[in-house]
Write a protein that binds this ligand. Structure first.
Ligand code: HEM
Length: 324
């Protein structure tokens, strides 16, 4: 049973290309560069909020989890409280139901809420992604297709929130586990862009993200993938391939060239949010080294508990401390 209009990840060929074209401009390098000051101020305010707490404080609650929804809210023009509600309703639909009937009820709740969000924006459009989706839908179909727009919002929330939050927390943990690299970054902030690429490669958090179906027989290294066979293309082994990288298991923030990893997948379905993620992580690292140079983990690695948030894994809580 399908609760959502297919969108991007489960589309193919011309249909996928047309849907992606309608959205890709919203995430272009030019647009994201213009959006950087807003991302920066969201990150800096989150850090101020963290530093206002009494240490030890939870980095996940006050920093990693706060940032992605606020950014998506500014980008889409959807109030943050509504995005949090979308996340709750989606989790309930995906993981909190046992029967098909319960799943249908949870899906109806998610759709009813998203229809309200779309209707509210249709009444008061502005210069934001949701308003543009609404006017594009009206131009193409003669009326607002709430079902389709709901799928776009839900996909952006699901693909963008837990992944970014996990990546922010895991970045702090990884740098803390490599103190000489952390120190090199503090001494030379110009390494931030290559540090972001290395964190993406080294962590490969969407390891099972890219999924493909062979439409023809394909021969790879003497092995034939038959037409119709499905494939999970894990990013971690590719990003740690010794034939491609020197010392692939070494974390090196000065690694060159930095961009060759496939942490965002590859080809037609490559991550739509990658320009946003890069800037977000650059601002996060900049905030950590400039706003809070003494920030450090409070617990040792084996005391931190990790869990899966859908596809991505990260710490459920991450206690940090700093000098006041
Ligand atoms: C650290 C954060 C992120 C990582 C590592 C990541 C990684 C990925 C990967 C591996 C894929 C599958 C690519 C493929 O099949 O080749 C993907 C797809 C996608 N990502 Fe991300 N992502 C992240 C954050 C985001 C954000 C913030 C957004 C948007 C707000 C986003 C939107 C999407 C969308 C819409 C797709 C589907 C694209 C399509 O099928 O055409 N992602 N991402």
């Amino acid at each position: 049973m399908s609760y959502f209009s297919p969108f991007l990840v489960n589309m193919d060929g011309d249909e996928h290309a047309a849907a992606r074209r309608r959205l890709i401009g919203e995430f272009s390098i030019r647009k994201m560069t213009a959006f950087r000051p807003i991302i920066s101020s969201i990150v800096r305010e989150a850090m101020n909020d963290l530093l206002d707490q009494d240490p030890p404080a939870d980095f996940v609650e006050h920093f990693s989890n706060a940032i992605p929804n606020q950014i998506l809210s500014k980008l889409t023009g959807i109030p943050e409280t509504d995005l949090i509600q979308v996340e709750r309703n989606t989790q309930e639909m995906l993981h909190g139901t046992d029967t098909e009937e319960e799943q249908r009820i949870a899906s109806d709740r998610l759709h009813a809420h998203l229809s309200d969000v779309v209707a509210a924006k249709a009444k008061a459009p502005s210069d934001d992604l949701l308003s543009r989706l609404i006017s594009d839908s009206t131009d193409r179909k003669g009326a607002v297709d709430s079902f389709e727009i709901a799928s776009v919002i839900q996909l952006l929330q699901v693909a963008g929130h837990a992944s970014s939050s996990a990546m922010i927390s895991l970045s702090l943990i990884t740098l803390s586990e490599h103190p000489e690299q952390f120190e090199a970054l503090r001494r030379n902030p110009r390494l931030i862009p290559s540090a972001v690429e290395e964190l993406l490669r080294f962590l490969s958090i969407t390891d099972t993200g890219p999924l493909r179906l062979a439409v023809d027989d394909v021969e790879l290294d003497g092995y034939v993938i038959k037409s119709g066979e499905g494939m999970v293309i894990p990013t971690l082994p590719a990003n740690r391939d010794g034939a491609y990288y020197d010392e692939p298991d070494t974390f090196d923030i000065a690694r060159k060239p930095a961009h060759r990893h496939i942490a965002f997948g590859f080809g037609a379905h490559q991550c739509l949010g990658q320009n946003l993620v890069r800037i977000e992580l650059e601002e996060v690292l900049s905030s950590i080294i400039h706003q809070s140079p003494s920030l450090r983990l409070y617990d040792s690695l084996d005391e931190i508990s990790f869990r899966y948030f859908g596809q991505f894994f990260g710490p459920a809580e991450l206690r940090v401390t700093w000098d006041r």
